[in-house]
Unconditional design. Structure first.
Length: 357
């Protein structure tokens, strides 16, 4: 028997394709060149593990929801929001790759250079990718609209709740930029700032709101929504910590990004904060020589990674992931949920925290 997770993934993919068709048809009919933005957008949108969508749909099932079509549309909206966030993040971070291929701004810049157009290829690529991300946000709103239309009177409240999530993520992105702009010498005092970024930028839309939105579509009461958000915050921070570990020591063939890329990008993560606070002068020197330096050699980055690992930063992160995951599982276990939905949520939690990409 096919797992509900497989079926939900297929249905989400189908809804994503449907929304993309509704968006791209009228656009390219009038502006054929828009395919140059839509091509990388579609590549981003068609990749990924759909964890956010699956958390929403499993939560909907766990809360005995019956509005599955609306839930699937909302799951697709989450994935489009993720697509927009990735495209925009890659521009902000100056990333070269995404999911094993060129980042959207690099692909559009290459097109500009290949055709010999006027101006800076890099600037054109960045601007084109920003617009591609904006189109992904418009696709997100289309999918939210579909979900709300299927829910009737409850749709307006759900749309506002979804907007709360998008507002929080945007503020979290600014907090991330702000933290990275501070002098590296202040890194040891940025623990609270890093926690804020994990909570607002990642945890909110990676687990907190997906779980709560699934419950909302099922008509859950405010107490249930609050409990789901609390569990999701813990799970979402665990998700970000795993992401930070993979960004530091992940296998490029699996993650689709170079090992230690977070060091080159100068990201202020819990791992580098731990290393700065608990390492000695040699550790801080290794980090200071590479953090935020795009031109840093592979040897320099590897030395910085080794310095972070030697402080026990990875072990500390693993312990916190275990604690947060246990807290999230406990909060869900305390709810009166459908047994099958609970099992599916439990499987997804394992996937979120134990993933290798």
């Amino acid at each position: 028997m096919t797992s509900p997770l497989v079926l939900w993934r297929d249905r989400t993919d189908h809804e994503i394709a449907s929304v993309l068709a509704a968006l791209s048809g009228p656009v390219t009919e009038t502006v054929p060149a828009a395919t140059e933005m839509l091509t990388p957008l579609k590549r981003y949108a068609n990749g990924g593990k759909r964890l956010r969508a699956l958390l929403l749909l499993a939560s909907h099932r766990a809360h005995r929801g019956v509005e599955e079509e609306a839930a699937v549309s909302l799951a697709a909206a989450l994935e489009f929001f993720q697509t927009a966030a990735l495209i925009h993040d890659d521009v902000l971070d100056g990333s070269d790759t995404r999911r094993g291929g060129p980042a959207a701004h690099r692909a559009i810049a290459h097109l500009h250079a290949e055709r010999g157009w006027d101006g800076s290829s890099d600037e054109f690529g960045a601007a084109g990718a920003v617009l591609a991300g904006d189109l992904a946000l418009m696709a997100c709103q289309r999918a939210v609209g579909r979900a709300c239309a299927r829910l009737g009177a409850r749709g307006e409240q759900l749309a506002a709740f979804f907007s709360d999530m998008t507002d929080l993520v945007t503020a979290g992105q600014y907090a991330d930029m702000r933290a990275a702009a501070q002098p590296l010498s202040s890194l040891g005092d940025q623990g609270d700032d890093i926690e804020t970024v994990m909570r607002a930028k990642t945890a909110s839309y990676s687990a907190e709101y997906p779980l709560a939105l699934g419950a909302a579509v099922a008509g859950a009461d405010p107490a249930s929504m609050g409990a789901l958000q609390a569990a999701g915050r813990d799970l979402g921070i665990a998700f970000q910590l795993r992401d930070d570990i993979l960004g530091l020591v992940g296998t490029p063939a699996t993650t689709g990004k170079p090992a230690g890329d977070d060091i080159r990008e100068g990201k202020r993560t819990a791992l580098v904060w731990h290393a700065w606070r608990h390492g000695g002068d040699a550790t801080r020197t290794a980090l200071a020589s590479t953090m935020g330096r795009r031109e840093a050699t592979d040897t320099e980055v590897a030395a910085a990674v080794d310095a972070v690992v030697a402080t026990g930063a990875l072990d500390a992160a693993e312990r916190r992931i275990e604690s947060l995951t246990s807290s999230a599982r406990g909060a869900l276990a305390a709810r009166d949920l459908d047994p099958q939905g609970t099992r599916l949520l439990d499987d997804l939690i394992t996937t979120v925290v134990d993933r290798v990409a």
